[in-house]
Design a protein around this ligand. Sequence first.
Ligand SMILES: Nc1ncnc2c1ncn2[C@@H]1O[C@H](COP(=O)(O)OP(=O)(O)OP(=O)(O)O)[C@@H](O)[C@H]1O
Ligand SMILES: O=P(O)(O)O[C@@H]1O[C@H]([C@H](O)CO)[C@@H](O)[C@H](O)[C@@H]1O
Length: 337
Amino acid sequence: MAGTRIATPNLTEALHAAHPAVTAAEKPGEGNVLSLAARCASALIRHWSSTAVAVTMGRLGALLSLGEDIPLIVPGTAHPETDTCGAGDAFAASVALELGGGALPSEAVTAAVGHAGAHVAAGGAAGLATAPTGEPTTDRPTVGGREHATYVTDSRVRIPFTTPSGKAIGMPGRRASWSPAPPRLAEEVVAATRATGGTVVATGGCFDILHLGHIAMLRAARVLGDCLVVCLNSDASIRRLKGRDRPVNGCADRRALLEALECVDAVTVFDEDTPEAPLTALRPDIWVKGGDYTVSELPEAHLLASWGGQTLTVPYVPGRSTTRLIEVARQDIRTMT
Ligand SMILES: Nc1ncnc2c1ncn2[C@@H]1O[C@H](COP(=O)(O)OP(=O)(O)OP(=O)(O)O)[C@@H](O)[C@H]1O
Ligand SMILES: O=P(O)(O)O[C@@H]1O[C@H]([C@H](O)CO)[C@@H](O)[C@H](O)[C@@H]1O
């Protein structure tokens, strides 16, 4: 396999191939699957002399290892009981096509997870069946013979989301009214998650002006476990780290915006320059940062490892940063004056 750009075993194949380098006692479904996948991938890079290994894990997506750096996890999307036949082939073919088009391994794996997810969402191998006209079979719901503008589906029923006339049709069981849940303390969320044997995921940052990259990272982090706690830098901490003109948004606003996100279960604020204090207090199982970081820039990875925790990065959304938003805003002001 020497010279292979990216090998794409599923977790069972990776565990089998990495035996006995990876503890045989650990089987998928036991312990932290992501840690197991990372260990298998790292062992297989050496064993196969391949440049990278991407371990596919169904709805958990794929974990990409390039060797010693922090693994990249690209979460998949949960699909109800559908035919996943061919998803692995769709993933591997997509990786090959992306690499052939000049994509980086991280870009190729990110795109391939999306393509494999689309394959499953379309019904897997069964979804490839075509109508006599050669058109893909999609039994989209219709109203008066016309297709709905958009629809929400799950394995049980297709729920029209809006009609062609734009009338939104409510989802069965939707609550008549809505009220915001009060913010929860990080310690409480962690204790409740631990009490049910769940996996605690944490991330950290300044989150000064919330943007799409933040949302993508937070959502990707949340699906890796059973709760997500955000360690948020205080205003004084950000001023020391990013300059006296930062943050643009004060701590209360930054915290409230994060707490309003469905994927965030709790926020804890720290005043130091680095997140060691909240991490030591919470001892998360998984620490997640965006793909703009490498292992050398995350000293806290060693702290996580000290209690068996794992540090992962998730795909970076290009062109999104608070710094860029501030620069664009300043340019706009300059052009207006
Ligand atoms: N475009 C992005 N895609 C994915 N993750 C991101 C992106 N931008 C930031 N993150 C992640 O969000 C967290 C908070 O980062 P941060 O608040 O520094 O964002 P930022 O936009 O880079 O800010 P700044 O421009 O001030 O450095 C970090 O884990 C970081 O890796
Ligand atoms: O928003 P940022 O710049 O990603 O947040 C910083 O991340 C640092 C990183 O975790 C490496 O240690 C951290 O040290 C710093 O306190 C900010 O949270």
